[in-house]
Structure formats: structure tokens, C-alpha cells
Design a protein around this ligand. Structure first.
Ligand code: ZN
Length: 431
């Protein structure tokens, strides 16, 4: 028997379900969606799904996946599975390509989500004495409001800034002596660089950062931690499920705990759809066990991760996944080799003097594919230094990934920074 550590004793009110309990939760979800969701009723009849064949958790693998495209096709409110009078809010994915996905929430959905956010703050060791500056966006996007309501539920002081306006952000950080910040990794980096440039680090009182919504390399993370002087916690989530807060790191930073009482996770081979043996890298598939407004069955997140074995030494009994190592659609296939962005980030972490900011340009000339890797390095203005780095990085690609690439080293700050998500791969092969 392991014992709960003091730090997470407060999380004891949440019980990790046994296999049998999970199965019952799954069955009630299936019953709920076949009675209440026009989207799933239609899908089940079209794909000839018979939920009475599901006799154990093992049988779940015969149920169909739900794809992002189907959610998009259900625009605007085709996913709604609760009566109008129970729906209190909608959120929507950013919809950079095509129609957005709209997710309706009942009050119960909102309450459970806020509770997940509160649990995440507790996992990071935050309490009602903290002041939390919230920099992700508000509105249709889930992040800002989720972080805020979770902070309030914890009893902390929420400072609802929203994105941008760096001047005001820094002023609030200094004047209110905020102890925690929630942010995307690229915005945290932007703030860190600005604080360094102005030499105001001693006026910043941050201790913890809850940082998510995009992948970030170890190197970028180390820079954010060092320059903002905080301990960072990787948080994961997506609008289609609840929003941020469906998984987060604890103080040991060895993977992200996920809330298995409300969400059922599977890891599959993104090509074949088969469930992978425990611990193998694959696509995360999520089933919502308690959602009413827009429940999802076996939703293909397109995020790549793996399960982490065993109980975490931190004392939190909830299971863990690895940090997100890439997206199935970010997978780069070049010269017959599959590369995940996570691999590139691990690679640059191993080469000295190389920053976390990079860009990959893929092109094809006369049928020959090539990859140019552009990366910011220290002392790039020194031609001798730059050449050595370029050689080192070229060698690392050859040794660690098995392909030859062209490398161009740039000065720190040369690549574009964004307040939202950085675009790192530019593929001109099909143009
Ligand atoms: Zn832990």
C-alpha cells in the first residue's frame, strides 16, 4: 500500500474508478448518447453499431471513433445532446481551417470542468492565497474563462488579463505581485524575453506557471522557467472535451495526471486504429464519461502521447500520460522517414548553444525532397561559431533521426514570435 502525501491529501475526495466502475460509467454514457444525441443516434444507425454487444471494457474497441471532421460537419448545434433549457453556454474551437466546432455545455458540464481546473491548480500546489494572472484568450475559446473560474473555485485571486497588451501584463505582474501565471508557452516566452530586456526580473514575484495549449520543447521550457523564475506545469486540454485541465503535471513533472473518473483515455495507432500495447507512442483517444451537452465517444484528438506506467511517487492516485509529443497531422514525412516535432525538440536539446526556436522548411525540386532546418543559436554573428553549430546539428539529424538536412543558424530573436501558436513547419512540396 502506498500512502498519500500530505500535499495531495486534499485530492482524496476524488476517487479513481476501478475497471468495473469505469465499465458502468461507459455503459451509462452509451445509453445516454443513444437516447439523447441525434448525432450519435444517426452515426450508430449509419455504421450499424449495436451497443448491446458491449459486455466489457475490452469490447469498447469495436465501437466507432469520432473524428474532428464529423464535429465540424455538425455545425452549428448538431452535437447538442441535452434539451435547450439545460444548455447554458457554448464554446468553440478556433476554426483556423473550415467551419468551427461548437460545443454546448450544461451547467453540470461547466461545474465539472471548473472542478477539473481546480484539481489542476491543486496538483501544482496552488492555494487560495495565490494570485493568478490569466493570459489566454476569453470568449468563444475555452482557455481564459476555464482558468479564471477554476482559480475562483480554488479561492485564489484571478487577474483576468486575456492575451496581448504586454505593457499592462507586466504592470499587473509587478503591481499585484502575482504568484502564478497561466499562459501558452509562446506567450510565456515572449513575456520572459521582455522582462529580461527591461531588466525587471527582481520586480516579478511569480513562483508557478500553468502553461499549455501547444507543445513546447524542454529547452523552451527551461528558458521560460529561468527567465520568469518559476516552476512550470504542463497542462493539457481541448475545447471538444471540456477545455484546458483534462490532464496536468504534478510537482514531480514526470508525465501528466488525467482525471479518469470523468474521462476514458486510449492510445491507438493513428494509421490502423488498433489499441497499442501499454507505453507505446500513439494517438490519444478520449471518451467523455459524464458530459451532457456534447458527449464524445472515442474522440480522435490527433495528439501523440503514451501512457506512463505505475503510480506516481507524488501520491496523486490518478493515472498519467506523457507530455504531448506532436500531432498526427504535424507528422513530417520526408525521404520516407516519419518525423515528429517532439523528436526535433529532443534533438536540439542535446546540442549545446542551440535555442528552442526553430523552423522547418520542406521543399521539392526536380523530384528531389529536401529539408532546411532553421534554428536560433547563441553567437550566430560569429561565422566560425555558426559553422560549427551547423555541422553539429546536421550530424545530430543524421545520427538521431537518420536523415540528412540542410541547416541554417540564425541569431536569437530572428524567427517570428507569436502570442498564439507558433507555426514551425512550412511545407511547399505540393505548391
Ligand atoms: Zn504525480
Amino acid at each position: 500500500m502506498y500512502s498519500h502525501s500530505m500535499q495531495y491529501s486534499i485530492l482524496e475526495e476524488y476517487i479513481v474508478p476501478s475497471g468495473e466502475e469505469l465499465f458502468h460509467k461507459f455503459l451509462s454514457l452509451l445509453k445516454y448518447i443513444s437516447e439523447n444525441s441525434p448525432f450519435y443516434r444517426h452515426k450508430f444507425s449509419k455504421e450499424n453499431v449495436k451497443i448491446e454487444f458491449i459486455k466489457s471494457l475490452e469490447d469498447i474497441r469495436i465501437l466507432p471513433f469520432t473524428y474532428k471532421e464529423e464535429l465540424r460537419d455538425a455545425y452549428p448545434l448538431g452535437l447538442q445532446a441535452a434539451p435547450e433549457e439545460k444548455v447554458v453556454r457554448i464554446h468553440s474551437s478556433s476554426g483556423t481551417t473550415g467551419k468551427p466546432i461548437i460545443i454546448p455545455y450544461t451547467q453540470k458540464d461547466v461545474d465539472l470542468w471548473i472542478d477539473l481546473m481546480k484539481r489542476c491548480y491543486m496538483l501544482a500546489g496552488l492555494t487560495n492565497k495565490d494570485r493568478i494572472q490569466i493570459t489566454p484568450g476569453y470568449g468563444l475559446w475555452t482557455a481564459g474563462i476555464g482558468f479564471q473560474l477554476g482559480a475562483e473555485k480554488l479561492g485564489a485571486m484571478a487577474v483576468p488579463m486575456g492575451p496581448g497588451n504586454t505593457e499592462k501584463q507586466l504592470q499587473m505582474l509587478m503591481d499585484l505581485r502575482c504568484t502564478a501565471i497561466t499562459s501558452t508557452s509562446s506567450y510565456a516566452l515572449l513575456l520572459a524575453e521582455e522582462i529580461k530586456r527591461r531588466g525587471i526580473r527582481d520586480k516579478i514575484h511569480l513562483k508557478k506557471g500553468i502553461i499549455g495549449s501547444e507543445r513546447w520543447s524542454k529547452k523552451m521550457r527551461a528558458r521560460i522557467e529561468e527567465e520568469l523564475g518559476l516552476e512550470s506545469f504542463d497542462i493539457y486540454g481541448l475545447t471538444e472535451i471540456y477545455g484546458p485541465g483534462i490532464a496536468q503535471e504534478c510537482r514531480l513533472h514526470d508525465g501528466l495526471h488525467y482525471w479518469s473518473d470523468l474521462l476514458y483515455f486510449e492510445i491507438i495507432d493513428p494509421i490502423t486504429g488498433e489499441i497499442l500495447p501499454d507505453g507505446e507512442l500513439g494517438e490519444l483517444v478520449v471518451t467523455t464519461l459524464s458530459k451532457e451537452g456534447a458527449p464524445l465517444l472515442r474522440y480522435r484528438t490527433r495528439d501523440l502521447t503514451r501512457f506512463i506506467h505505475g503510480q506516481c511517487a507524488c501520491g496523486c492516485p490518478f493515472p498519467r500520460i506523457d507530455r504531448i509529443l506532436g500531432r498526427t497531422d504535424d507528422m513530417i514525412k520526408i525521404k520516407g522517414v516519419n518525423i515528429y516535432p517532439g523528436q526535433i525538440e529532443d534533438l536540439i536539446h542535446k546540442v549545446e548553444g542551440v535555442s528552442s526556436e526553430y523552423q522547418v522548411l520542406l521543399s521539392r525540386e526536380c523530384g528531389k525532397e529536401s529539408m532546411l532546418f532553421r534554428v536560433e543559436v547563441e553567437n550566430a554573428h560569429d561565422p566560425c561559431f555558426r559553422q560549427t553549430r551547423e555541422k553539429d546539428i546536421k550530424k545530430a539529424f543524421h545520427d538521431l533521426i537518420g536523415i540528412s538536412v540542410d541547416v541554417e543558424c540564425l541569431n536569437i530573436g530572428d524567427l517570428p514570435r507569436s502570442e498564439k501558436k507558433s507555426k514551425r513547419v512550412i511545407d511547399t512540396r505540393d505548391i
